[in-house]
Design a protein around this ligand. Structure first.
Ligand code: 5GP
Ligand code: MG
Length: 178
């Protein structure tokens, strides 16, 4: 089993790159079918979704736009479930078919807040596309139109996801072991 050290923690491969890429192509095909003639606006959420967004979008051949957004990081608060402000929302999304591209949905609170924020600008539709979802961790109901894989309620790194800023630059996804 391939292992990885990130700072003080050890991780082991849980999703090999090839397995993930297969699911990314499946989701890309679904989006391609659903969004024919709609010129969707993809909004990947930085930083975690940068690799997923790059791979997903290269499998979607229809005309579309891409505009990255980010969540403001609050200093001094470590509490989980905190609501963070959406920043970088410079594009007019009125009447657009928006697809939020997220790395992972855990409690769902981040996504619920983001949908709320975007909804106020009257887009034609909002869909969520998440690379990973932890169904057992969901605390609020989030409509997830597209999902590559469901995973257990464990902490993971790699393929864009970090532990304390590190570990984003791996091809496979790793789960915390110790
Ligand atoms: P939620 O608001 O759904 O609880 O949290 C979503 C955010 O928490 C994700 O966008 C991601 O940034 C972070 N997150 C949740 N689970 C994990 C995980 O297992 N690993 C990493 N690296 N980040 C996670
Ligand atoms: Mg994220």
């Amino acid at each position: 089993m391939k292992e990885l050290q990130v700072k003080d923690k050890r991780f082991a491969v849980s999703i090999p790159e090839a397995e993930l890429q297969k699911e990314i192509r499946r989701v890309a095909d679904e989006i391609t079918k659903d969004m024919q003639g709609k010129e969707p606006l993809f909004m990947p959420v930085l930083n975690g979704s940068f690799i997923f967004a790059a791979d997903l979008l290269r499998e979607i051949p229809i005309p579309c736009e891409v505009s990255f957004i980010k969540l403001a990081s609050y200093q001094g608060t470590q509490s989980t479930g905190e609501i963070r402000e959406v920043i970088g929302l410079t594009q007019d999304i009125t009447g657009r078919h928006v697809i939020i591209v997220e790395d992972i949905i855990d409690s769902g609170l981040t996504m619920a807040h983001m949908i709320d924020t975007l909804q106020r600008q009257n887009p034609a539709s909002i869909s969520v596309c998440s690379m990973l979802v932890k169904p057992d961790a969901l605390k609020v109901k989030v409509p997830i139109a597209y999902c590559c894989m469901e995973i257990p309620n464990d902490f993971i790194v790699g393929f864009g996801l970090d532990y304390d800023g590190f570990g984003r630059n791996t091809r496979d996804i790793y789960t915390l072991i110790s």
